[in-house]
Write a protein that binds this ligand. Sequence first.
Ligand SMILES: Nc1nc2c(ncn2[C@@H]2O[C@H](COP(=O)(O)OP(=O)(O)OP(=O)(O)O)[C@@H](O)[C@H]2O)c(=O)[nH]1
Ligand SMILES: [Mg+2]
Length: 296
Amino acid sequence: MINNNEKLTKVGINWYPGHMVKAQNEIKENLKLIDIVVEVLDARIPFSSRNPLITDLKKDKPEIVVLNKSDISDKDQNLKWKKYFEEQGNTCILTCANINDNIKKIIEEINKKGKEIYDKKYENKSVNIRPIYRVLIVGIPNVGKSTIINKIANRQAANVGNKPGVTKKKQWIRVNGNIDLLDTPGLLWPRLDDKDVGLKLALTGNIKQEILDVEELAVRGIDFLISNSCYKEMFIQKYKLDLSDLDNNVYDILEVIGRKRGCLVSGGKIDLEKAANIFFEDFKSGKIGRITLDII
Ligand SMILES: Nc1nc2c(ncn2[C@@H]2O[C@H](COP(=O)(O)OP(=O)(O)OP(=O)(O)O)[C@@H](O)[C@H]2O)c(=O)[nH]1
Ligand SMILES: [Mg+2]
């Protein structure tokens, strides 16, 4: 069994103080411009995808926590995480942006929070201005920020793509005449206290694929699944494995998957890299099943 706290090699991310200062300054600049923060988290990794800087820097600006991709995360865990954020005093909404699920709820919350801000700002003043609520959409790369914006705007206002780093620079998008959304490039935050985080960000597809060692990633993903009683069964069924296959070490299990999927090279050997890519694609797209990596 692999110890997930072992130092990750290629999956690990190198962070330099310069990165953090730059990220911090960017967040501060963006926060100056807005009334409400919508932090989009990946419902499969609500802890690992959260940026503690946002919470610290936003001060008393209202925040909406959105748990997106809730269609491919564990149903029970979704409810537990929602409850957790609500107990922390946050508004929390579970969404599945690519099928427009619960996006209306985000719009309602923006309008509700925006109205409270404007009512407070202009109380006792007889001004007749049309309010515009300015909303910052933040989150790690590939979490679905631009998809959410397009659904709120009801048009193709922002570029979307199935890889991290699609949005390159910030962009304002006007919605329904009274909401301005600020789309931002994904920002990764190093949780240096937890070495598992790099692995989880990688397995959910939030780190650029070029920097990953896909075999290492796959065996760690397999290790996670077979160590969890709920997900073990899903994994066995997906790859039509025998229970006894799991007695092998994780590389051998990957080899079994490779054999079953026809990843052969000359001499009957298994192309482990190909097998690993198949597993990784299945995992990150939710094809193995609904899996949450940050278990609460
Ligand atoms: N399964 C699932 N996929 C989603 C959901 N929302 C978005 N996606 C997909 O996730 C991928 C990334 O979406 P984007 O909206 O480009 O993500 P982003 O956060 O703007 O990414 P960057 O601009 O790279 O920071 C796309 O392939 C979307 O179709 C969802 O709720 N469920
Ligand atoms: Mg984007």
